[in-house]
Ligand binder design. Structure first.
Ligand SMILES: [Zn+2]
Length: 208
C-alpha cells in the first residue's frame, strides 16, 4: 500500500473517481464490476474483490502482475482479474480496463442472446477511437456468461485475434467490458457505450 500511495497515487485517484461516478450512475451497484489501470509492462492496479464501488478508497485497490500473481499482501483479487490481464497482455496500447454491471447492458445482453449488437447512426459513435462518422458501424459481441473465467478469457482472446478493432464486449446477463489508452479514455468509452445501450434498449422498446 505504501508503494501504491507513493508512486501510483494519481492512477489510484483516477480509478476511485471513476468507480464512484459509475456507482452514482447505477452502472456499478454495490460490489459489482471492477476497474484496473496498467502501471508498467508487468503490473496493474485493480479493484479488490468485494469492494463497494460507491465507497471505494485506496485500500480497495491492489497490485497484480500480468501473470496473475498478487503483489499486495492480504488482498483478495476478483475472479475476473484474468479478463483484465488478457487485454493488457494482448495490446501494450491498453492502459485501463473497465467492467460495469448496468441495467441497460444486462438487459440488452439478454435480449440479443448469443449474437451481437450493431450500433450505427448514432452521433455519439464519433466519441469512440477511429470512428469519424455517425454512419460507421460498431459491433459489440455478446459472450455467454461463464463462471470458468479462464475459459471465457480464452474465448474473448480468440475473438480479438479475428477482430482487432474490438472496443468492448457484453457478457450475457452479466455486464460490459471496455478499455482505453488510459483511465480517462476508458471512462469516456464506458459513458459512450452506456448511452448507446440505453438508446438501443429504448429503440427496441418503442419499435414493435
Ligand atoms: Zn462482472
Amino acid at each position: 500500500m505504501d508503494e501504491l500511495n507513493e508512486h501510483h497515487g494519481d492512477t489510484a485517484d483516477a480509478l476511485i473517481s471513476a468507480a464512484r461516478f459509475f456507482h452514482e450512475r447505477g452502472w456499478m451497484p454495490a460490489t459489482a464490476g471492477n476497474l484496473s489501470a496498467r502501471l508498467d509492462d508487468d503490473r496493474m492496479l485493480i479493484t479488490e474483490s468485494g469492494q463497494h464501488k460507491g465507497q471505494l478508497g485506496p485500500d480497495g485497490l491492489m497490485l497484480v502482475d500480468l501473470e496473475g500473481n498478487v503483489l499486495s499482501p492480504d488482498k483478495q483479487p476478483s475472479a475476473e482479474t484474468f479478463l483484465h490481464i488478457i487485454l493488457y497482455r494482448r495490446w501494450p496500447r491498453i492502459g485501463a480496463v473497465m467492467h460495469t454491471h448496468s441495467v441497460n447492458a444486462t438487459v440488452l445482453s439478454r435480449l440479443a442472446q448469443g449474437s451481437q449488437i450493431h450500433l450505427r447512426d448514432y452521433e455519439i459513435l464519433t466519441a469512440l477511437p477511429e470512428v469519424t462518422s455517425h454512419d460507421a458501424e460498431v459491433i459489440v459481441p455478446i459472450f455467454g456468461n461463464e463462471q470458468d473465467i479462464p475459459q471465457l478469457a480464452a474465448r474473448v482472446d480468440e475473438h480479438m485475434t479475428q477482430h482487432p478493432e474490438l472496443l468492448g464486449y457484453l457478457i450475457e446477463g452479466h455486464g460490459f467490458y471496455t478499455w482505453g489508452e488510459d483511465v480517462a479514455q476508458a471512462r469516456h468509452h464506458v459513458e459512450a457505450f452506456e448511452f448507446l445501450f440505453e438508446c438501443e434498449l429504448n429503440m427496441r422498446r418503442l419499435t414493435p
